[in-house]
Design a protein around this ligand. Structure first.
Ligand code: NAD
Ligand code: GLY
Length: 351
């Protein structure tokens, strides 16, 4: 088992081990005390894993109720949030009780935000079941729902009290959902871990427990220094500026990681073209992205991406911080003004 302590304002542990789902009840009871629990999950994950979680909770002497949402991003909204909060109130949940997010990033973001707001804040435990949720969204305390006006526009920083990650649950993922999460893993390799970048070249023999742990440790190291996303944490957005624009233009039919993969190529080509990183870096990154069946070329022209990017929440007045590679395993922030952003996108979109 790998254990990573995240030393933020409300510290917590991330435990990563195959089969840990069946120990969730005893581990939660040992760390957080016996409490009532509300499992929040989606219909797909419910059918696959909720019964095992419920059994482990009841075996540990904890009552488990369940709130199931339809799978997919369309559930991550204020209507579902309200329904969840009403269900908690209806069941007379108290400040000492615990929400458990069993699922991918959608379930995690929704449950975390419900936990942040119910009774002005209750505890929640993350049990991520997608690659993306294991390596990224379950750690760091960003919670949110989407508004009609855009993605993740209402949310809070609210840390989980514990995260239990069982890599065995990833075996049932659809191939494109699994691949999607690998874009974030490649990102961790690019921003700070050249050895991880190398390991990813051997998908048949790599140890998922080790890979997830490296990513979680990398995220913890950054979040501990910049919990509220004012500086260093922006490094986690490598590939995200253009990636978000690609996702938004597709009406979110292009998944997050797929957008990030294309966004990383835009940033790398821009940096290489300007002599800010080695000339062969884009080709090396592209080969790895392709190995995971992820796309490397934006289907939208730079002008279209520019229009979306200028509406991005990462923009401050007429400046935007983008992340560019210096070498594999090291990225830096670059503050661009809006005119320079146009050049970033057009130079980055070259074939
Ligand atoms: P998701 O939660 O929608 O899961 C993708 C699909 O996989 C769903 O259909 C789900 O039912 C299914 N699924 C989940 N686990 C499964 C399993 N083990 N086996 C089979 N099917 C399974 O999507 P996601 O990619 O996990 O997360 C995307 C969300 O995460 C977005 O809303 C994004 O905004 C958010 N996000 C948040 C953060 C953060 O820091 N909070 C970071 C990145 C992304
Ligand atoms: N997913 C980026 C962050 O947590 O900051």
């Amino acid at each position: 088992m790998k254990s990573i302590h995240v030393q933020v304002s409300k510290p917590y542990d991330v435990l990563i081990a195959r089969g840990i789902l069946d120990e969730a009840g005893s581990r939660i009871a040992a760390a957080l005390g016996h409490s009532r629990t509300m499992i929040v999950t989606d219909d797909t994950v419910d059918a696959l894993y909720a019964a095992r979680l419920e059994k482990s909770l009841t075996d540990a002497g904890m009552a488990a109720e369940k709130f199931v949402i339809p799978h997919g991003e369309a559930s991550k909204n204020m209507r579902t949030l309200t329904a969840l909060l009403e269900a908690l109130a209806e069941a007379a949940f108290s400040r000492g009780d615990i929400l458990i997010a069993l699922g991918g990033g959608v379930v995690g973001d929704l449950t975390g935000f419900a936990a942040a707001t119910f009774l002005r804040g209750v505890r929640y435990v993350g049990i991520p079941t997608t690659v993306l949720a294991c390596v990224d969204s379950s750690v760091g305390g960003k919670t949110a729902v989407d508004l009609d006006a855009g993605k993740n526009l209402a949310g809070a920083f609210w840390h989980p009290s514990m995260v239990l990650c069982d890599p065995d649950t990833l075996s049932t993922l659809a191939p494109e959902v699994r691949a999607d999460g690998f874009a974030e893993i490649i990102k961790y390799g690019m921003i700070g871990d050249a050895a991880l970048f190398d390991m990813l070249h051997h998908p048949d023999t790599m140890d998922m427990e080790e890979i997830i742990a490296r990513c979680v440790q990398a995220k913890a190291d950054i979040v501990e220094q910049d919990e509220l996303d004012n500086g260093l944490r922006k490094l986690l957005n490598y590939g995200h500026t253009a990636g978000h624009a690609i996702e938004a233009n597709s009406d979110f039919s292009i998944m997050h990681g797929h957008g990030v993969a294309m966004g990383m190529m835009i940033a790398a080509k821009y940096a290489a073209g300007r002599g800010l990183c080695p000339a062969d870096l884009p080709a090396k990154q592209e080969a790895l992205i392709r190995l995971y069946n992820l796309p490397t070329q934006s289907p939208y022209p730079p002008e279209t991406l520019f229009a979306s990017t200028t509406r991005d929440k990462k923009r401050m007045k007429n400046k935007i911080d983008i992340v560019i590679p210096k070498q594999i395993g090291e990225c830096v922030l670059l503050r661009l003004d809006i005119a320079e952003l146009k050049e970033f996108l057009s130079e980055g979109c070259t074939k």
